[in-house]
Design a binder for this molecule. Structure first.
Ligand SMILES: [Fe+2]
Ligand SMILES: [Fe+2]
Length: 190
């Protein structure tokens, strides 16, 4: 697997400055959440810096490159090609950086979430949602909550993102609905 320094330099060279700063912020948040939850800090830092590596692939190329990489896309991903960078990013991180399965899964789930998220999955999802440059009022409250209770902050982030999607008037991805429903099931059981 490539070192953090190597991945950092590649991300810096290939992404816009704005997206690179976002990635650096996410990596920093990932480290904080990983330390507090006994998760491998190096893995968390790497998924943080690399998670959006495929985000700036032009819209017109996203479906074609996915097919070339044997990535199966569902109808909603074909319709909303912004979603594709999660699966494609995971594949690129595996092939180019040698990321392990657990790391690739976290990158794959960072946009939509999914049921049964691992700690690393939740850490990346939450760090991406509450990095300091995000322009919504409660970003810091969610970050602070995340330091105290990762699960509770993850739930808040998931609901926030679902409401944001509804307000935009676009379709929800089935993985987000399933993620939400599984949390409700677990709450009812608990
Ligand atoms: Fe992303
Ligand atoms: Fe991101």
């Amino acid at each position: 697997m490539k070192s953090y320094e190597e991945v950092y330099n590649i991300v810096k060279n290939e992404l816009s400055e704005k997206r690179f700063i976002h990635s650096e912020n996410v990596a920093q948040r990932c480290v904080i959440f990983a330390k507090l939850n006994g998760v491998d800090v190096e893995k968390a830092r790497l998924v943080g810096i690399a998670h959006d590596i495929a985000k700036e692939i032009p819209k017109a190329d996203r479906i074609r490159i996915s097919l070339e990489n044997n990535i199966k896309l569902d109808d909603i991903e074909k319709e909303n090609t912004n979603l594709i960078h999660a699966k494609l990013g995971a594949k690129l991180c595996r092939d180019r950086f040698g990321f392990t399965d657990d790391m690739c899964k976290a990158i794959e789930a960072h946009t939509t979430a999914k049921p049964n998220m691992s700690l690393l999955d939740k850490i990346l999802y939450l760090a991406d949602y509450c990095e300091p440059n995000r322009a919504f009022d409660t970003v810091n409250t969610i970050f602070e909550l995340g330091k105290k209770n990762l699960n509770s902050a993850y739930y808040t982030a998931l609901v926030g993102k679902i409401i944001y999607t509804l307000n935009k008037g676009i379709k929800l991805h089935i993985d987000s609905i399933n993620a939400y429903n599984s949390l409700i099931d677990n709450k009812l059981e608990g």
